[in-house]
Design a protein around this ligand. Structure first.
Ligand code: KG4
Ligand code: ZN
Length: 337
């Protein structure tokens, strides 16, 4: 294998769930291309992501997206120094599409292959946006599939210290939005309504808020909205109700994150994942962190939702450390297996 490049050019692929994403990164932070093709319209008629269909859509999308990313970056395959791919967690059939393409490229180009944990990559959106993370760092990853608190003491050294015991926060928001007739993913619509409507007087439950631990629960909150909607039928005002509901989600996320910060005393707290694209969540987090005297790092919205640039950024750190995988690299659907 060739000696390590000092300013490597990396390709990263993410096909873990319903977004096909390809990025090209120079060094650790210079994003030359970051293209994401969302599938949510392809699954709309089914009311949720159909795994078989997702794999097929990735297969259709990946080749043109790769070509487009190379053109955008103005580079050729031969110039790449490594090939990275997210291998966990997600839909296995979808992961295998990206993994197979990445393995083929790494083999044909004779370049290192780097398998990335998609969850570990989310906070690296903050490295792209703000520079290297100070350690120890505490990360809230609030996405459609996961709600996690992660304590990181160095690159590749992290542990999950809190997680949702049932629905992820984003999943809960999407399901509640769907009850009100919003298309998937409903997070942006809920955020918009919450920003423009004062919350209804009704106070929705804050599950596990008084539990001293760092775990979350969101399915009870979703059910509380379902019952509230059933009991108030026709005279329900969507904006104020969704605003009150979103306040409950936000409060739980912030209180648990601040509790974890008191326990781990991080040098920075980061927020990432699709839900972090919410302007309302962001404003509330910024106010709470300022009051608690915490350094808060927040990526721009386009780096909060799933993207391959964050995967490339973590991969660039792996490349610099010479931590590669071989062609036996496998995919895993579950984070904790
Ligand atoms: O990180 P992500 O793109 O995918 C997963 O890894 O799951 O997160 C998707 C989640 C969905 O629940 C979606 O509704 C939510 O992020 N989301 C938002 C916004 N954009 C995406 N929630 C609130 N406001 C937004 N602007
Ligand atoms: Zn994600």
């Amino acid at each position: 294998m060739a000696p390590l490049a000092s300013d490597p050019l990396g390709l990263a692929i993410d096909t873990t769930f319903d977004d096909t994403s390809v990025a090209i990164l120079r060094g650790k932070r210079e994003v030359l291309a970051n293209l994401t093709l969302s599938q949510f319209k392809d699954h709309e008629e089914f009311g949720g992501v159909v795994p078989e269909r997702a794999s097929r859509k990735h297969l259709e999308a990946i080749q043109p997206l790769l070509a487009q990313a190379l053109t955008r970056a103005g580079v050729g395959f031969g110039e790449l120094d490594y090939v990275a791919v997210s291998t966990v967690p997600g839909l296995l059939g979808s992961i295998l599409v990206g993994l197979t393409v990445a393995k083929s490229l790494a083999y044909l180009l004779a370049r290192p292959l780097i398998g990335i944990n998609h969850i570990e990559a989310h906070p690296y959106a903050n490295v792209l946006a703000h520079g290297e993370l100070p350690f120890p760092a505490l990360h809230l990853v609030a996405a459609g599939g996961h709600t996690l608190l992660i304590h990181q003491t160095g690159h590749f050294q992290w542990s999950i210290v809190g997680r949702s015991v049932d629905d992820a926060a984003g999943e809960c928001v999407d399901k509640v939005a769907k009850m009100f007739g919003h298309a998937m993913p409903g997070g942006p619509a809920v955020d918009r309504l919450a920003l423009t409507h004062a919350p209804a007087a009704h106070r929705f439950p804050r599950p596990m808020l008084n539990d001293p631990g760092l775990d979350f629960s969101f399915s009870g909150l979703k059910t509380a909205v379902l019952y509230y909607r059933r009991d108030h039928g026709g005279d329900l005002e969507e904006g104020p109700v969704l605003s009150a509901f979103f306040d409950a989600v936000i409060e739980v996320l912030i209180v648990k994150t601040l509790r974890a910060a008191r326990r781990f005393r991080p040098k920075a707290v980061t927020v990432s994942g699709g839900l972090a694209a919410s302007q309302k969540l962001r404003a509330a987090f910024e106010a709470a962190a300022a009051e608690a005297g915490l350094r808060l790092l927040y990526p721009p919205p386009e780096l909060c939702t799933d993207n391959a640039a964050m995967v490339a950024c973590l991969a660039a750190h792996r490349y610099a450390a010479g931590r590669f995988d071989d062609l036996t690299l496998d995919g895993r659907p579950n984070l904790l297996d």
